[in-house]
Design a protein around this ligand. Sequence first.
Ligand code: DX5
Ligand code: ZN
Length: 234
Amino acid sequence: MSPRIRFRQLVDGSPLIAPSMLKCDFGNLHREVELLEAAGVRLLHLDVMDAHFVPNLSYGPMVIERMRQLTDLPFDAHLMISEPERYLDDYVSAGCDAITIHVEAVPEPSALLCRIREAGVASGLAINPGTPVEQITPFLPDCDLVLVMSVEPGFGGQKFIPSALEKLAQLKQLVSPETILSVDGGIDVATIGPCAQSGANLFVAGSSIFEAPDYREAAVQLSESASAAASSTI
Ligand code: DX5
Ligand code: ZN
């Protein structure tokens, strides 16, 4: 089974909680991954930053390759980098299951999204808080995943920007039912419900998991809040 199919099969009607590894203890990566597996999470969100597209630097394919040896969990890579086309092959070989690029970095992303799919990986397109949905509408058929940033990309621990909710609702009307709708930034038990009601089904959570004393408890609470909110809209 290709990584793309495996990633798409994660969608089963229940909310997907994706811990953002930006907030993990990198000195104890093996232990962190073990704790997350024990917490029952079904995928990991990997934030790649180049100190150029965003004003922060994180990690790249070498770390992801090492992480790949620690777990079979699907990797949802979020590339906050300029010129992602130059580095795509490295992220594919490192073992990413989904690769998301930013429309602000690649204004005409069709060819690159197709390249991601041709590599057998799920294709994702992200938009920043200041970018209107209209800017990605033509490319939605090329996306397995659409990521709405609910903070300015670059740092964890920021406050959720509520205009992300309108964008999610707008996108929900535009994408196919199979397209994964993801939201990233400031997701906690208070903000996850409105995101689920607006149509999101993948929720990236950094601080709300890694700052909690018990990862399992934190992930379960997020999942329950999302499920409760999503079912109350029906
Ligand atoms: C921000 C990253 C996020 C972030 C999430 O640029 O894309 O994934 O680390 O962290 P929290 O949940 O703390 O906002
Ligand atoms: Zn992210």
